[in-house]
Design a protein around this ligand. Structure first.
Ligand code: TYD
Ligand code: MG
Length: 454
């Protein structure tokens, strides 16, 4: 019998090496190399080649079956998918353990089943009874919702071919196991092979498949990251477990835009859609508190207003502290330098903290002016008028630069009852008048501070 060849594969990025290495040369991860067998992999690869019945075709002759989308019935999920579920598509839903992936998937399957569909929810993590218990909390009881507790890839695929579901969920990819590969479930080759077979199944049968994958913060477990290129759509479910808000974000979508987000709130009976996120992010705002300002960010086609808070306290010893949650740290320190140099605020002896309320992350430069205003307000101990919104990118010269989607932001602000918007002067030219809101154009940071702090 031929000697079985082995190699070492990095469990974080999939890099291979003939020898064991302490540090992965590709991703730099330590102690991530695990021995795997080569023969089995060959066998698996050969299967795909045999099945090849395709032939090259002129693009003009390919019948375009107009993209067929099914609504999942959860508006926020449909939105992130690009308007519904596409036939034969494979969607990877990633996120930290405990964030609510299984809950979301079970709710989506229940929605589909309640409208007469037949769906298959496969779990390798929970027993059928545990799924039933979760289902009771969520009110999932439709006849068409089939549950399968299984982690053998071959069995799952054979059941799926029998059932011919309208949609299928595999929760999670890390628990799948196929004996053609000798390494443990959750290892990079198992995860990859499992996903590859599910993709083949989805494409051949036209069944939309959701694959759930856990990602850990340090990425030490074979992550769904290696799968991103194999699937059609990658959704990440984010949020702080300390907060009830969950944000579903598309990072890759072959059938839609990638900058749409879906907002959910985790309740006792599962996830609830949040149709107007601004109201939630502004719900607990205290009026007339120093260091608090309302900023606007655009996610996909949706403007979201959120509260940004700053606190400035004298440094007790050593270096001043700078902490930013929800905004980019690099930009934050840059803006503090602008305040120091262009506005003349002496922040050197002050600790500065900035936080976006509700666990939201705003990465757009349009919040720059908000950060500047909040810090200045906290430092000078003067509150910003509570019905004023700040928006604008700030340059190193202290100039306020134009932002995108200005009209959309202004309309959202007006809708939520704000009466003044301090924004880049250069944006004003192209803006129509919006009823009920005064637009104040500024060119320099100190002009903006003059308007709000006097
Ligand atoms: P879960 O969907 O199991 O997370 P994941 O599959 O991403 O690991 O969700 C787990 C958390 O959600 C758990 O801490 C409890 C909470 N939860 C609720 O608050 N309400 C509910 O109705 C359900 C089902 C879960
Ligand atoms: Mg789960």
């Amino acid at each position: 019998m031929a000697k079985e060849k082995t190699y070492f594969a990095c469990q974080a990025c999939g890099a291979q090496s003939p020898r064991w290495l302490g540090k992965c040369p590709d991703c730099g991860g330590w102690n991530t190399m695990v021995e795997e067998r080569e023969a089995a992999q060959r066998g698996a690869a050969a299967k795909y080649v045999e099945g090849a019945t395709s032939r090259p075709m002129p693009i003009a002759e390919i019948a375009a079956e107009g993209e067929h989308r099914t609504s999942v019935g959860i508006g926020e999920l449909d939105r992130v998918l690009g308007g519904g579920l596409v036939k034969g598509s494979v969607v990877l839903v990633g996120g930290d353990p405990g964030i609510g992936k299984s809950t979301l998937m079970l709710q989506a399957m229940e929605e589909l089943a309640s409208r007469g569909g037949r769906v298959l929810y496969v779990s390798g993590e929970e027993s059928a009874r545990q799924i039933k218990l979760r289902g009771e909390r969520l009110g999932a009881s439709s006849k068409g919702l089939l549950v399968l507790a299984e982690n053998s890839l071959e069995d799952i695929l054979s059941h799926a071919s029998d059932v011919k579901p309208d949609a299928m969920v595999v929760d999670s990819i890390q628990t799948l196991f196929t004996p053609t590969i000798t390494s443990a479930p959750g290892s990079i080759s198992q995860v990859r092979e499992g996903a590859a077979q599910l993709v083949v199944f989805a494409k051949k049968s036209g069944t939309p498949v959701f694959i759930v994958g856990h990602v850990t913060k340090d990425g030490s477990i074979a992550g769904p990251r290696v799968l991103e290129h194999m699937v059609d759509t990658v959704l990440y479910f984010e949020g702080d477990r300390g907060h009830a808000f969950r944000i579903l974000r598309a990072v890759k979508n072959r059938f839609g835009s990638t900058n749409e987000i879906g907002v959910f709130e985790m309740k006792g009976a599962g996830l609830r859609e949040v149709e107007n996120p601004s109201e939630i992010f502004l719900a607990e705002r205290l009026l007339d508190v120093t260091g608090s300002v309302v900023v606007s960010t655009v996610e996909g086609t949706r403007p979201i207003m959120a509260e940004l808070q700053a606190l400035v306290t004298p440094t007790s010893f050593g270096n001043p502290r700078r902490t930013a949650i929800g905004v980019d740290y690099g930009r934050f320190t840059l803006l503090l330098a602008v305040l120091e140099k262009r506005v003349g605020l002496h922040l050197m002896g002050q600790d500065v903290y900035v936080n976006v309320v509700g666990g939201l992350k705003v990465e757009e430069p349009s919040v720059d002016l908000g950060v500047i205003s909040a810090v200045a307000s906290a430092f000078k101990d003067i509150p910003i008028p509570s019905r004023t919104v700040m928006m604008g990118e700030v340059g190193l010269g202290g100039e306020v630069r134009a932002i995108g989607n200005a009209e959309m932001r202004v309309r959202e602000a007006a809708k939520l009852g704000f009466d003044r918007c301090v924004m880049p002067k250069s944006n004003l030219k192209k803006l129509p008048k919006v009823k009920g809101i005064e637009l104040v154009g500024v060119e320099q940071v100190d002009e903006a501070l003059e308007v709000i702090l006097g």
